[in-house]
Each structure stands twice: as structure tokens, then as C-alpha cells.
Design a protein around this ligand. Structure first.
Ligand code: SER
Length: 337
């Protein structure tokens, strides 16, 4: 008999790291993790880990033959800044990789006559505000507004959301005998901040980079202007959101893609918060026009009322609690044990 598992791609990345830790605590299902990299030392032994590529078809067929995949957290992706340097490679990983996993989930759903839950982190990058006036005027965007991404990563995320909806609702719509479909659910995250890891290749990275540099007592030149404002969320809330969306009953969901957020603040307010806890922080602002344009195109806030209404979303860590109870104490422990 095939062994029932939860599959997590991109498990060695920032979200993966936090999610695996939580799933190990709470789930009865064994975890199968997949990443190009080895798992960080603190996670090893907690999952069955395969170091491999989501684009490797023979690897994916092997997984299907050995395991019954119940839920997929498809986290593997190239982030926004990184994707601008290699847009075609980003498309391959972010879109073709997702398509392959959706196909795998579709096959599994059909084979076991039960939908595979396919949980997909999307992003504020799916939005594209045309100019700063619009960003100020339409600060709190709803899911269906301003879907005009300006980065390859944002285009990839928006399109994969649509692919997920297609595979859940319309796949093989002309077949006489339609199979059991998968159950795609997605969250549009703001910039995420972890106390334990620093992101790589994103454009919201200026927030976490500023904080980690201050804790390490290293100088940091912030690559965006002081006035730029985007939404953020502490990593534990991101994990909670993923788990709550996974657990929500299908009937309670009026959408398949939901905004979630915690707090919005400008880079200069972020700086002020960092200074409150690390008064000796050496932070300067040296905007990089190109990365600035990307952040300028992201909304200042997300309207997450659909998530609140449908599945009771509420961030546990607002701005103050994120810094005081999660970020600062854990970062200090990490760099100054
Ligand atoms: N954190 C992502 C990035 O900066 C946005 O979702 O690319």
C-alpha cells in the first residue's frame, strides 16, 4: 500500500523552514520534502527529504508510485528580484514547475477519488499599481483589482493562481466521465519576515535585511526610498494562515485565492522600529531605481476581509507584537547566543 504523505516543495526555503517545523508538531501524516538543497540541520530527520528538482519528471513519477499524496504545499519558486535577472528560468521554475505539480495532483485526485489539497503561496507581486498616485489613492486592494503585475514573478504567480482554479474546476471539462478534481487554495502574502532566516532574491527583502543587519551590528544600505510603504507579516502568521486555509471546509470558501496581511509601514517607519530595539543600527537609504520601481508597483495594503469572513483569518502578531515578542528576542538569541 502506498504511504499517505504531505508533500512540501521548496522545503528548505524561508516559508518551508517554518512550515515544516509546525507540520511536524501537529500532523499525523508523515512529511515528504523536496528541494534542490539539503534541509537545514535543524529540520533533518523530521521528514523524508529528497534533494531534487521539481522539474524532474522521473522523480515526480517515482513519488506518485511510492506515495499517496494527500496535500501539497508547493512553495518552490524564484522570487521577484532574482526572476528579473533570469526571466525565462523563472518562468520555467515558477510556471512549468507548478504545472507539473498540478498535473501530479490531478492524477492523484483521480486515482484515489479524493481531492488532493494544493496549497499555493502567491504574493503582493500579483498586483501592479500603474503610478504612485494610484498606489496612494487605492491603498487597500481587493483580490480582483489591479491584477497587472510588473515582474516576471508576479506574472507567474497570477497565472499559476488561474491554472490552479482551472485544474480544480474546469480540467477535462469536455470528458464524458469527469474525474475527481484537485482542491487548489492560494494566499497572496505580503512581504514576510522571519526571525530565523533571511530571504534571498525578493524585493520586499529590505525589511528583513534591515532588521537582521542591525541585530548582527552590520551596516545596511536600504535599496528603497524612505517613504515607500508595503504590507508585511511575521512568519508565524504566514504559517498560521497556510494551515487555517488548509483546514477550512470547502463550503466555507467563496474564493480560491485570498489576500492576507498583518501590518503596513513605510521603510522609514520600519527603520524607526529597528532603531527602537537596536539603537546603534547603522542604516542608510540608497535607493536602487530599478528595485524601487518594483516596490512602487506593489500596493500599500491588502484588503483581507474575504479571508476574515470566510475562514476566520486574523493575524496573531500585529506590528508591535511581531517585533517585541517574535522578531527581536529570537534574532538576538540567534546572533548573540
Ligand atoms: N517577498 C516576495 C518578493 O519580494 C514578494 O512576495 O519577491
Amino acid at each position: 500500500m502506498r504511504k499517505k504523505i504531505v508533500l512540501i516543495t521548496g522545503a528548505a526555503g524561508e516559508i518551508g523552514h517554518a512550515l515544516v517545523d509546525n507540520l511536524v508538531e501537529r500532523d499525523n501524516h508523515p512529511l515528504l520534502t523536496l528541494d534542490l538543497q539539503a534541509l537545514p540541520a535543524d529540520l533533518s530527520g523530521k521528514t523524508t527529504h529528497i534533494q531534487g528538482d521539481i522539474m524532474d519528471k522521473s522523480l515526480l513519477s517515482r513519488l506518485v508510485s511510492e506515495y499517496e499524496i494527500d496535500t501539497i504545499y508547493h512553495l518552490a519558486a524564484l522570487l521577484s528580484t532574482r526572476s528579473e535577472f533570469t526571466p525565462e528560468a523563472a518562468h520555467r521554475v515558477n510556471v512549468e514547475g507548478t504545472l507539473m505539480l498540478l498535473q501530479l495532483a490531478a492524477e492523484q485526485s483521480e486515482w484515489r477519488s479524493k481531492p488532493v489539497k494544493f496549497i499555493f503561496p502567491s504574493s503582493i507581486a500579483a498586483y501592479g499599481m500603474p503610478d504612485l498616485e494610484s498606489k496612494i489613492k487605492y491603498a487597500r486592494v481587493r483580490e480582483w483589482e489591479w491584477n497587472y503585475p510588473r515582474t516576471m514573478y508576479g506574472c507567474n504567480k497570477l497565472y499559476c493562481e488561474q491554472l490552479g482554479i482551472y485544474f480544480s474546476e474546469f480540467y477535462r471539462q469536455l470528458a464524458a466521465d469527469r474525474p475527481t478534481m484537485l482542491d487548489f487554495r492560494s494566499l497572496r502574502f505580503p512581504g514576510l519576515i522571519s526571525a530565523f532566516t533571511v530571504p534571498s532574491g525578493g524585493t520586499s527583502d529590505f525589511g528583513p535585511e534591515m532588521l537582521h543587519a542591525a541585530a548582527k551590528d552590520e551596516p545596511y544600505a536600504c535599496f528603497v526610498r524612505e517613504d515607500v510603504c508595503i504590507p508585511f507579516m511575521a512568519m508565524p502568521d504566514a504559517v498560521t494562515a497556510l494551515l487555517c486555509l488548509t483546514d477550512a471546509s470547502r463550503e466555507s470558501l467563496s474564493r480560491r485565492v485570498y489576500n492576507v496581511t498583518s501590518f503596513s509601514l513605510s521603510a522609514s517607519d520600519f527603520h524607526k522600529h529597528v532603531l527602537k530595539f537596536f539603537p546603534r543600527a547603522r542604516i542608510t537609504f540608497e535607493p536602487d531605481d530599478k528595485r524601487q520601481r518594483i516596490v512602487d508597483s506593489w500596493p500599500a495594503d491588502l484588503d483581507d476581509s474575504a479571508a476574515q469572513r470566510d475562514w476566520g483569518w486574523k493575524p496573531q502578531y500585529g506590528l508591535e507584537r511581531s517585533f517585541e515578542e517574535y522578531l527581536v528576542p529570537n534574532i538576538i538569541k540567534q546572533y548573540h547566543p
